[in-house]
Design a binder for this molecule. Structure first.
Ligand code: COA
Length: 337
């Protein structure tokens, strides 16, 4: 016979959520293509033509993922007018925190003074920020947090082989943060997301840390990438995902005030623009030119720069799409803070 039990209380959240503010942090050191080419057989011309990258930023040796995150988050919190104690969750999208445990989100939370927050990391590579935005949206509507701090941060220079021709010129360092909070109006549209794990070898590590230890620790694990495979997948599949996010939001591309794709490669961005027929009046993030590919950090870094430069309007609609190692992806239309 079933035991009689009381009904559990239902948690109640806000009707909707929105991005209240963003902040970002760019490391001071500018690294030119010429400097990258000191270690790989390449040229400034080839890198510009194939990736759109002119220069990128590298963090200092003693500058950590947590340091960059705290700097970006402090700006976002100040702009949002939200106190650290009001944050209910610190979500950190990163694949370059060098400790297996604990999550870097706990250190960041401690340093920010978000005393009432749960904290965890998200491992969704270059889709991590958009995964975080989606989770934050659901947490706020579900009632498990009132305000969520979403951070995208990478120190890829710790994990990329500077002598690898296929990756050394692409990846770089930086952090971006967003404060997401309750709203009456829908500020974050439906997320179209997924994962194609059958392609997990397309962007991966050269070996595990266990193999590194057991093989005598000679060659440190580094990021390896099947560039052409990723390129084809991104152009083909991500254009469809971007279109699905526009459709799911109940708008058309003409309604957009910004297109902010993950800054993977300028040619991928251009191919997506053509595939979705993005109207010429919609500003497009091209932050990769001076920032490189910063994986989870690239979308908030680009959004912050475009807002600060007055290139895109506060309150306008922006299409975000992140995609990368996994292969994982997520896209949503948001109202710009
Ligand atoms: N500098 C100069 N030449 C290079 C080079 C480099 N760094 N890397 C490769 N090449 C050469 C190759 O040797 C090859 O020469 P060949 O034609 O004489 O044989 C030629 O360039 C083409 O090589 P390929 O590997 O096909 O390059 P590509 O056109 O695919 O461009 C990438 C390489 C990495 C720029 C491109 O594949 C890419 O951007 N992929 C997507 C990667 C990405 O966005 N990753 C992030 C996702 S999160």
């Amino acid at each position: 016979m079933a035991t009689a039990r009381p009904a559990l209380a239902r948690s109640t959240g806000a009707p909707a959520a929105r991005i209240m503010a963003v902040g970002s942090y760019r490391p001071a050191r500018v690294v030119t293509n010429a400097e990258v080419c000191e270690r790989i057989d390449s040229s400034d011309e080839w890198i510009r033509e194939r990736s759109g990258i002119i220069e990128r930023r590298y963090a200092a040796k003693d500058e950590s993922v947590a340091d960059m995150s705290v700097a970006a988050a402090q700006v976002a919190l100040r702009r949002a007018g939200v106190q650290p104690e009001q944050i209910g969750m610190v979500l950190v999208a990163t694949v370059t925190h060098p400790y297996q445990t604990p999550a870097v989100a706990t250190e960041i939370s401690d340093r920010l003074g978000t005393l009432n927050a749960a904290a965890m990391d998200i491992s969704a590579a270059c889709a991590g920020f958009c995964y975080g935005v989606s989770l934050a949206n659901d947490m706020i509507r579900g009632g498990s947090a009132q305000y969520v701090l979403v951070i995208g941060v990478e120190k890829l220079t710790d994990w990329v082989d500077p002598h690898d021709r296929g990756t050394a010129f692409i990846f770089a360092d930086g952090a971006g943060a967003a404060v997401i909070g309750p709203s009456q109006e829908v500020g974050i549209g439906p997320t179209i997301w997924g994962a194609d794990g059958s392609q997990r070898a397309a962007i991966s590590m050269s070996q595990s840390l266990i193999d590194y230890r057991d093989n005598g620790g000679r060659i440190f694990p580094s990021l390896v990438m099947e560039g052409q495979q990723v390129f084809r997948w991104a152009v083909g599949e991500m254009s469809k995902t971007a279109q699905r996010a526009i459709d799911a939001a109940g708008i058309t591309a003409d309604d957009l005030a910004a297109f902010i794709p993950h800054q993977a490669n300028m040619r991928i961005t251009d191919a997506m623009i053509r595939a979705i027929g993005l109207p010429a009046h919609v500003p497009v993030a091209r932050d990769i030119a001076t920032t490189g590919n910063t994986s989870a950090a690239s979308i908030p870094l680009a959004m912050d720069r475009m807002l600060q430069d007055g290139e895109i309007p506060s309150g306008g609609l922006a299409l975000l799409i992140g995609f990368g190692a996994g292969l994982v992806y997520a896209a949503q239309v948001v109202i710009l803070p």
